[in-house]
Design a binder for this molecule. Sequence first.
Ligand SMILES: Cc1ncc(COP(=O)(O)O)c(C=O)c1O
Length: 384
Amino acid sequence: MIYFDNAATTPVDSDIVAVISETLANNYGNPSSLYQIGRETRQLVDQAREVFARSIQAKSEDIILTSGATESNNTAIIATAMALREKGHHLITTMVEHHSVLHPMQYLETQGFEVTYLPVDKYGCVTAQQVKMALRSDTILVSIIYANNEVGSVNPIKEISEVVAQHPAYFHTDAVQAYGTLPIDVKAENIDLLSVTAHKLNGPKGTGFLFRRSALHLPNYLHGGTQENDHRGGTENTAYIHGFAKAVEKMLANRQENNDHKQYLRQYFLQQLTEYGVHFGVNGQIEGGLPHIINIWLPHLKSDKLLIQSDLQGIMISAGSACTAGSLEPSHVLMAMFGDNKERILESIRVSFGKENTTQEIDRFVALLAKLQGRYNEETIKEG
Ligand SMILES: Cc1ncc(COP(=O)(O)O)c(C=O)c1O
């Protein structure tokens, strides 16, 4: 099996599985209980919060533990809009956000808010100037993805946030794909809200965090207990939170080495495509893009068919984001980048590398692509 879909999710490292299992077995106390086993579990949660805060140069009281980035994004957008609705009804985002940002935005539109969806350039990026032009006196929130999950392009976040910092609006970024690869400093980068999930960095699914500057008073959104400073009631998922913290520590310790490896694989992949005579175009940035994501256009190979043909060979790739691929809808990101170029949108795939991938795996995949495209060429020559 060859797994090239690490932007969708990553395998959980065996030592993280061990940490989670041990915590499940040994730390069953409720972190809100005052007796010893409760206090011990509370300590695990508090320590994890410190790790998350340090990883983005934040304060631990600014971290809200969540069930993953969908919840973090929903909270950042809907709870902030609710908190600030007396101040204005306008939000700004981009056309290439993950659905966990786009759908809350669309929901807010049904509630009387107005949203500007910024178009992107051919790399899938927006500029600080675009944001500046879109800001209005009633803008309350700007939400711009840090790095795109489908094409890997990185937005000029610092420049954008500097523009937003001159305005009363808050700045949120979905940093899910960037967090494991780029150093993030919420203070230096003027970020008010930031979403992260564990399962993109070899941690467990169903756990993540939302950073929000404590000056921004979000309303309680899960009513019940007083967990997460009253924001989010519910007994903490202690084992996964602890496992997530270990995954973050590991990621920080090995980030450079892993980035170098993925960068090398991506370069090797492009080199091999050329060597094997595969016709392709790159969607997104090579220079400055995330090292683990490469999105390519393969003329004449329909991506939905290619997904199945690859799967039959035990190779896992994706077309667009996981849910886009699941519903076989054309990617909204590629549509925003390439407009009417239907072929390019329907003939593009995302390959995303993990730290365990090898050049031998790339050789097998490129050989398959060359064979499939060669077959197409033979068929068209015969037909012609
Ligand atoms: C950019 C981006 N945002 C949000 C999410 C949603 O994260 P989660 O699966 O933790 O809800 C993902 C994961 O697919 C993503 O890639």
